[in-house]
Design a binder for this molecule. Structure first.
Ligand SMILES: [Zn+2]
Length: 281
């Protein structure tokens, strides 16, 4: 499943190809993915120029110029991938692939969306007000790499919360984009036991968690960016997962830092890993 680093990698890969280019044509092969696609609104984006792509949580945002300054909202769901083709002059666009659901043509660039399981999303916010009030975005907490996410925020949010720290960190109302693997890894780097009650986190714990979350996500984004060429996929995190994981998926193996056996349990219905010695608190 594409996580925040993969979506950010897609955003960075897409940016030089669509920014400042006119959306010449939109083609839709179906009128729904996970939810209905607002077909008229999506087609209505044609003729507008695309600004620099943005990301909010795991949503890719394409801003367009013209009246209302509408935005296209794209989510990759469980299995969505964006492909980008650079078309030579007079070159025919490639044939539609199996499970390819929509295309956007930006001059000589063709963005294609392929999603076998169809849990993805394509929506349009027709103006700033609609974007700010979008039901999937409005309740989201701060971006983990943004300024609003800091130790004071995390500490305030965790007061009185009895749930496990790892479960707390995976709640998008507290911070977006901390998936299961990143939550385990961030707790390890912060020296915090994942099952520790969130209410018992000190300010120091919160500061270490903020740094650890930022570091883990930044490293994953950097790893994802290195393999990107003329095609934009969302499997780029795999190399990072294999090389840099300290605890996730390593139950029974020795800790890379201290040699203690990595422990495993289910927390909030998700596999959770930790080192009892490196994560004493
Ligand atoms: Zn250890």
């Amino acid at each position: 499943m594409p996580e925040l680093p993969e979506v950010e990698t897609v955003r960075r890969g897409l940016a030089p190809h669509v920014t400042g280019r006119r959306l010449d044509a939109v083609e839709l092969r179906r009128a729904d993915l996970r939810w209905p696609i607002p077909v008229r609104a999506v087609r209505g984006l044609a003729g507008r120029t695309c600004g620099a792509p943005e990301r909010r949580s795991k949503y890719l945002i394409l801003p367009f110029d013209g009246s209302g300054a509408p935005r296209a909202l794209i989510h990759l769901g469980m299995s969505g991938r964006l492909f980008l083709d650079v078309l030579r002059p007079r070159q025919e666009p490639p044939a539609w692939e199996l499970h390819e659901h929509w295309r956007m043509r930006f001059a000589d660039r063709l963005a294609r969306y392929v999603d076998p399981r169809r849990f993805g999303m394509l929506d349009v916010a027709k103006d700033e007000r609609e974007y700010a009030a979008h039901p999937l975005l409005a309740a989201l907490g701060p971006e983990p790499l943004g300024d609003a996410f800091d130790a004071a925020w995390l500490h305030a949010r965790s007061r009185g919360r009895k749930l496990a720290t790892k479960v707390f960190l995976m709640d998008a109302k507290n911070v977006v984009g901390v998936g299961n693997i990143y939550a385990s890894e961030a707790c390890f780097r912060a020296g915090v036991r994942p099952a520790r009650g969130a209410a018992r986190l000190t300010r120091g714990d919160c500061a270490r968690l903020v740094t650890a979350i930022r570091d883990v996500l930044t490293e994953a984004i950097e790893a994802g960016g290195t393999t990107l060429r003329d095609y934009i996929g969302v499997d780029q995190g795999a190399g990072y997962f294999q090389r840099a994981l300290f605890v996730y998926g390593r139950a029974g193996e020795p800790c890379k830092v201290c040699g203690t056996t990595i422990q495993h349990r289910v927390l909030g219905q998700r596999a959770t890993y930790w080192c009892p010695r490196c994560q004493p608190r």
